[in-house]
Design a protein. Structure first.
Length: 86
């Protein structure tokens, strides 16, 4: 009896996780950047932000991909400054 309840709970958990993953994956757009592409970087929102606060920082040049979804970018104004945020 207890084993059947555990198995039913395990099946329910799997179906819920699969449904959530499927719903999330529908909203994810794959981005494949190549070196020398210009990209925008999302700003960190501060507590005193309002509706006129900039949401994106001006274009950065993508240097290389360092991980899955992580890139080295450099500022287009001062290329000597390298940043590890994407």
């Amino acid at each position: 009896m207890l084993q059947e309840v555990k198995e039913a709970a395990r099946i329910r958990e799997y179906t819920v996780k699969a449904r959530v993953a499927r719903a999330n994956n529908q909203n994810v757009l794959p981005c494949n950047f190549k070196p020398q592409d210009l990209v925008l970087r999302k700003t960190v929102q501060k507590a005193e932000s309002n509706k006129l606060t900039l949401r994106w920082e001006s274009p950065f040049r993508m240097i290389e991909e360092v991980g899955r979804g992580a890139y080295w970018v450099t500022d287009t104004v001062d290329p000597g400054l390298a940043s590890d945020k994407s």
